[in-house]
Write a protein that binds this ligand. Sequence first.
Ligand SMILES: *Cc1c(COP(=O)(O)O)cnc(C)c1O
Length: 232
Amino acid sequence: MSQRELIGERVGEILENLNKITPGGGVKLMAVTKYRTRQEALWAVEAGVHLIGENRIQEARQKWGHEAAPVPLHYIGHVQTNKVKYAIKLFDSVDSVDSERVAESLERGLAKVLPVMLEVNIGGEASKFGLEPQAVRPFLASVGQWPHLQVTGLMTVLPARRDNSFAEIRRIRQEMQEMADLWRMCRNDGWPWAPLKELSMGMSGDWEWAVEAGSTMIRLGTQIFGPRPVIA
Ligand SMILES: *Cc1c(COP(=O)(O)O)cnc(C)c1O
């Protein structure tokens, strides 16, 4: 089977399963295209993914800088403030705002409103980016000082699963639940600059649980494209 057919088949299957879990629809499927070619990403769009996510600015500029992506392009990588001007030019949404420094540097470069999400480190891992859960509500309250930022959701990268034991799976689902609770609580705060329609949670290994917990946006790389090429 060609890579185009493989991608088509995998995306079709994911959309079908998604529809089984949430028959009403509404959950967005983002293809995460890091280390993938522009052509592979376009095949995923052809097969029905709703969004494209990139997590390296330089790579994204090469792929989408000359000809825009056919669906909204989201930045999901760590924001380096020296690359903010490229991020603003290229992306329809920056889903990984996790500090005042990043918010301020975006604000300084913006001439129109940019949809963003706040990244939350729900598992509290030292190795992960993101705001600590207890910092999210105070942060949201302060976003009004950056009039060009519109916070459309919360995003999280959950700790990787260490094994397939019952206890481990329970831990992950518990963290997903905590994330969904935090999202609902923040939404209820009702800040005009933070409609928080989206909860971006769930990757290739765990997205079904994330959707059951309330995720509205899943980010899949491996499950659509196969294992990532090893980069030396
Ligand atoms: C790579 C990546 C994904 C997709 O990971 P897979 O396990 O390949 O589905 C999702 N979110 C972020 C932030 C990523 O960097």
